[in-house]
Design a protein around this ligand. Structure first.
Ligand SMILES: NC(=O)c1ccc[n+]([C@@H]2O[C@H](COP(=O)([O-])OP(=O)(O)OC[C@H]3O[C@@H](n4cnc5c(N)ncnc54)[C@H](OP(=O)(O)O)[C@@H]3O)[C@@H](O)[C@H]2O)c1
Length: 260
């Protein structure tokens, strides 16, 4: 059996990844605040865990629970996809509340760090295929006023992945780890960006233009690319990988690099 721990499976890219991974040889452990009944109805090999990743102090017991469900002696592979994310608060930093700032960094950076650490700890003695995909964003290099937290958290996630990859090179049973930039995808997260008030988030217009120009990928095609990457023979351990062709967007709008 191959085990997949996937965060953010209630909608968007995470839901499509989980859907496409359904197979009798795969056991899925899906995490989000809202239970995805459509997903659950499609397979008996899904354990759905309603959990708020902002509850940082409960992530250790979450992973204890998950590893109680996993028979490591029978596992041929274990995979963690840190996909859950939020862009809120979309706000200039002096207008964001301390609670909202903390929540963003908890969900986007601290939760994936803790899940990564705990996955490595729980599987240290197991010589099976172990891979972690951290879903990051080109927002690491394409900056927008009002998205400082999202960009900073994703930059942190990239650097964290690269450093952990170096650590794993010293392990007897290493975990492969990669950070991936999936592109611009037609999901709730995009909708949230373009629906912001332009007075407080000037880039809302840019996000709207990309949608109107039909340049957003679908969650299904992005999930397919991510899964292909997850199973790739050469996993590119330690890399930050951009799987979207941004040049088509830049050319379409005749925009300078690093606009979107
Ligand atoms: N869409 C894009 O254009 C784009 C671009 C670059 C990168 N990405 C990245 O792709 C990944 C997926 O994004 P998406 O576009 O599919 O977003 P989405 O449609 O908004 O889905 C986000 C998922 O994260 C979960 N989530 C959010 N807060 C959570 C919390 N506190 N606890 C547990 N789960 C939580 C949500 O579930 P609940 O609300 O049910 O908890 C939902 O399932 C993210 O890492 C995002 O940064 C997306």
């Amino acid at each position: 059996m191959k085990y997949f721990i996937i965060t953010g499976t209630s909608r968007g890219i995470g839901e499509s990844i989980a859907e496409q991974l359904i197979s009798p040889e795969h056991y899925l452990l899906c995490i989000s605040r809202e239970r995805n009944m459509k997903l659950i109805s499609k397979s008996n090999n899904i354990e759905y865990i309603e959990f708020d990743l902002n509850q940082i102090d409960q992530i250790e017991s979450l992973m204890d629970r998950i590893f109680n469900s996993i028979d490591l002696s029978n596992a041929v592979g274990i995979y963690l996809i840190n996909n859950a994310s939020m862009i809120a608060p979309v706000a200039f930093i002096d207008t964001a509340t301390v609670k909202d700032i903390t929540g963003n960094i908890n969900v986007n950076l601290l939760a994936p760090i803790l899940l990564t650490s705990l996955l490595i700890k729980h599987t240290n003695n197991h010589l099976i295929e172990k891979r972690i995909l951290n879903i990051s964003s080109a927002s690491v290099k394409n900056h927008h006023p009002g998205m400082s937290l999202y960009s900073a958290a994703k930059a942190g996630l990239d650097v964290f992945s690269q450093c952990v990859a170096l650590e794993q090179n010293h392990s007897q049973a290493p975990v492969g780890i990669v950070s991936i930039w999936p592109g611009m995808i037609d999901t709730n997260l995009q909708r949230e960006a373009r629906n912001q008030d332009k007075a407080t988030f000037p880039s809302a217009e840019l996000f709207g233009m990309v949608k109107d120009a039909g340049m957003l990928s679908s969650p299904e095609e992005t999930a397919q690319q991510i899964i292909e990457f997850l199973f790739k023979k050469d996993f590119e351990h330690g890399a930050v990988v951009d799987i979207y062709d941004y040049s088509k967007v830049q050319q379409h709008f005749d925009a300078p690099n690093e606009t979107f």
